[in-house]
Design a protein around this ligand. Structure first.
Ligand SMILES: Nc1ncnc2c1ncn2[C@@H]1O[C@H](COP(=O)(O)OP(=O)(O)O)[C@@H](O)[C@H]1O
Ligand SMILES: [Mg+2]
Length: 262
């Protein structure tokens, strides 16, 4: 793994948004290195800059200061080696599940036959076999997020960015989808960056949990979660899981108290 160290790098990243009520200091001096094959979760309260950080990695937002590189080049929207999945599935109502799944490949004009074959394969992987020809309005919220996940994976990008992808689905469905995400990450030796405000979800998925604070958005602490075998329901019941959840919660709560004292 030595050669892949620092495959994704952020150094001294600062981002401010100008608003009519003044500047919002969304990110301050963010340093982060992610290695190939890692699963990193960003966790923190609403407004701590998680989405901003992810959007910078996707090339959707440009940093004001600092440097960002993914395999040595700055991120850029439309790169096929970076895929992003949003909180709300971006699906077209007039298209079928299969046609929605191939959309990112179609937009980049990738070979049609291969894209359709891959989309079918992915729909089976995310548990939607038999739903290929349904329309998205015929699906439940959880199923739509499964389509969105398949859509995110259709480009076969080595870097997958996910922004609270399952925050709108019920807890039971989210747990199952998390198991799918963990499996897909491992299957393809991808690198994943996952935004959530749910500590359990972060610990369940990640090799490293990046705890963040707001005003300004900064990294407080990075917590390692050792990977002993696969991430499944056994892990959720383990002592290690509970210890790590407590550790992340402690890191976050100490800053929230400081914030409220100021
Ligand atoms: N496009 C924007 N214009 C103005 N302010 C923004 C914009 N996007 C985010 N912000 C502000 O920047 C801060 C960080 O936002 P965000 O990255 O969305 O945090 P998170 O995803 O952790 O909730 C918040 O205070 C938010 O209101
Ligand atoms: Mg957000």
């Amino acid at each position: 793994m030595q050669e892949s160290v620092g495959f994704l790098q952020m150094q001294g990243v600062v981002k401010r948004y100008e608003t009519k009520d003044g500047d919002v200091h969304a990110l301050n001096e963010v340093d982060l290195e992610i290695n190939q094959g890692e699963f990193v979760a960003l966790v923190g309260p609403s407004g701590c800059g998680k989405s901003t950080l992810l959007h910078i990695l996707a090339g959707l937002v440009t940093e004001d200061q600092g440097t960002v590189s993914v395999w040595g080049t700055p991120p850029k929207a439309g790169r096929t080696d970076i895929s992003i999945m949003f909180q709300r599935a971006v699906l077209l109502p007039w298209r079928t599940v299969l046609q929605n799944t191939v959309l990112p490949a179609e937009m980049r004009k990738l070979p049609k036959q291969e894209s359709f074959a891959r989309a079918r394969e992915l729909l089976t992987l995310v548990g939607l076999e038999g739903f290929e020809n349904k329309h998205v309005w015929e699906l439940s919220g959880g199923m739509r997020q499964r389509v969105s996940l398949a859509q995110t994976l259709v480009l076969n990008s080595p870097l997958i960015l996910m922004d609270e992808p399952f925050s709108a689905v019920d807890e039971f469905t989210r747990e199952r989808l998390n198991i799918e995400v963990a499996r897909m990450h491992q299957l393809a030796n991808r690198t994943s960056v996952y935004v959530t405000h749910n500590i359990q979800e972060a610990v369940f998925l990640a090799d490293r949990v990046v705890a963040m604070k707001s005003r300004p958005g900064e990294i407080i602490e990075i917590i390692d979660v050792p990977r002993n075998g696969e991430r499944g329901l056994d892990f959720i019941e383990s002592d290690l899981f509970n210890q790590k959840v407590a550790q992340v919660r402690y890191a976050l709560s100490s800053f929230m108290e400081e914030d409220s004292i100021k």
